[in-house]
Design a protein around this ligand. Structure first.
Ligand code: NBP
Length: 484
């Protein structure tokens, strides 16, 4: 234990994430790391198990604060919510202007905005940092999404860069924007992660049900996909999971796991915020809902009983079915990421953040759960074409979707005819078709709204806002308002 030396950084909260992050920090040249945990036993065991880290153990919060060099910087890695607030208060009571409190937990970005406002009058910097990569990322190099002030980032940035994952020589960290921007972008990352996992799940289901492949054969397909444009951490681990055999029964692992998935805060938050922002993130929403449907055991049993003898016949798979599924997966994934980046644009507009989408794509290339080869393409698209209205407009992605479109349609129709649920694939295709359509039935919806609620409408042939006198002579009047 180093006691004579002041620490340049401290970590409060030494459960799995905090202890791994502290070890990561300690392993980097130049860092001396102070550690503290509410229950001291956790601090003691971390320090005892990792003498190489040279941690300075703070038994009390006062010891911890005293061991930090000024400006003091402490990273909080405790349970999001009340635990985080409790530690913020303890630190804020002891810190001085210019010191930095970092929340590295999974906070809701609205809480981060409120906390920053609350702390700002003290002159202490409060920085919400999204950290992705789970326990292994925390230890070996996560993707890091810091918010907060530029000034705080000048001190914090180099330390975060020292522990982040590195791709092509670049650390996976960038100053995302002010106050809650980092946690907002982390939330969107998790929303995209939901969509990506759901799409991979649908691809597996199709290869199994329509393609007639066993899990180990599907593992081979995913391993093959992982050598091409679909290369990603999630595709890689999917192959490993599908190859895994349950030790107790000798059955494929995937067959002995209950097919009901849960969801924690961030996927749901992404959809809630997207609804508020008016951004269509159907791919993410369908993924959240698909997990919810999976958990409705009684409803599933009831409808399964009702339809037992009348399920559609599974279609014959074409010889190129796996290639079609790969194309459908890639196109659907492009849509999901396009929607996620749209949500970032909308959040940045609403909360006044100057978010560079190319930099976000870059820091997601390593360390985090959605790391993938095609994030390079996204970074390139937003660098070369910063004014595109949607990722689907960027030349590479426009071409990729066009190349896969016929296969995508075949897969979605085969799934529908075979009774295989593909909410992710089909909603992505409908989204694409909605954007591509010459006319949408929204015109009729406007008519309905005007009919029953006098909500007014705009016309294609002249400006202004109109209302038809539906219950009278159906003549048209010019109305006030904006016609929405
Ligand atoms: P947990 O979320 O399980 O929290 C446990 C830690 O919080 C312990 O150190 C505990 O202290 C401390 N704590 C609690 Br609970 N209430 C406290 C209070 N009132 N005052 C002080 N300390 C308190 O830990 P984790 O799983 O390591 O996660 C840490 C953070 O990282 C969370 O926000 C989590 O959401 C986030 N996370 C991120 C990822 C990722 O991939 N980025 C993965 C997992 C978690 P004790 O030892 O005294 O009980």
């Amino acid at each position: 234990m180093k006691t004579s030396q002041a620490a340049n950084i401290g970590v409060v909260g030494l459960a799995v994430m905090g202890s791994n992050l502290a070890r990561n920090l300690a392993s980097r040249e130049g860092n001396v790391v102070a550690v503290h945990n509410r229950t001291y036993a956790r601090t003691e065991s971390l320090v005892a198990e990792h003498p190489e880290a040279g941690f300075i153990a703070g038994k009390s919060i006062d010891d911890f604060v005293a061991s930090l060099a000024k400006p003091r910087t402490a990273v909080i890695m405790v349970q999001a919510g009340a635990g985080t607030d409790a530690v913020i208060d303890q630190l804020a009571e002891r810190f001085e202007p210019g010191d930095i409190i970092v929340d590295g937990g999974n906070a809701n970005f609205q809480d981060t905005i409120a906390r920053e406002k609350r702390i700002a009058p003290t002159g202490i910097h409060f920085v919400g940092v999204g950290i992705s990569g789970g326990e292994e990322g925390a230890l070996k190099g996560p993707s890091i999404m810091p918010g907060g002030s530029e000034e705080a980032y000048r001190t914090l940035g180099p330390v975060l860069a020292s522990i982040a994952a590195v791709v092509s020589g670049e650390p996976c960290v960038t100053h995302v924007g002010a106050d809650g921007a980092g946690h907002f972008v982390k939330m969107i990352h998790n929303g995209i992660e939901y969509a990506d996992m759901q799409l991979i799940g649908e691809a597996y289901d199709l290869l199994r049900t329509v393609g007639g492949l066993r899990p180990d054969a599907i593992a081979d397909v995913f391993a093959e996909w992982n050598r091409g444009p679909l290369e990603s951490y999630l595709v890689e681990i999917t192959a490993e999971i599908l190859r895994h055999v349950d030790g107790a029964t000798g059955q494929p692992f995937v067959d002995v796991v209950l097919d009901q998935a849960g969801s924690k805060g961030t996927g749901v938050w992404t959809v809630q915020n997207a609804l508020d922002l008016g951004v269509p993130v159907g791919g993410i929403a369908e993924a959240v809902f698909a997990r919810a449907v999976s958990g409705k055991a009684e409803q599933r049993a009831a409808v399964r009983r009702l339809t037992a003898g009348s399920r559609p016949q599974v279609q014959q798979a074409s010889p190129s079915f796996a290639e079609d599924v790969a194309a459908a997966l890639y196109a659907s994934k492009i849509v999901a990421y396009a929607q996620g980046f749209d949500a970032i644009t909308a959040g940045a507009d609403k909360y006044g953040w100057d978010i560079h989408k190319d930099r976000i794509a870059k820091i997601w290339r390593g360390g985090c759960i959605i790391r993938a080869r095609f994030l390079d393409r996204i970074a390139q698209a937003y660098t070369e074409h910063p004014d595109i209205t949607t990722l689907l407009e960027a030349p590479y992605f426009a071409q990729a979707v066009a190349d896969g479109e016929a296969a995508w349609r075949r897969v979605v129709s085969t799934a529908a005819l075979s009774g295989v649920p593909v909410p992710g694939f089909s909603s992505a295709l409908s989204y694409y078709d909605s954007l591509a359509a010459e006319r949408l039935p929204a015109a009729l919806v406007q008519g309905q709204r005007d009919f029953f609620g006098a909500h007014t409408y705009r016309r294609t042939d002249r400006s202004g806002v109109f209302h038809t006198l539906w219950s009278r002579d159906r003549s048209e009047t010019e109305a006030g308002g904006d016609g929405h």
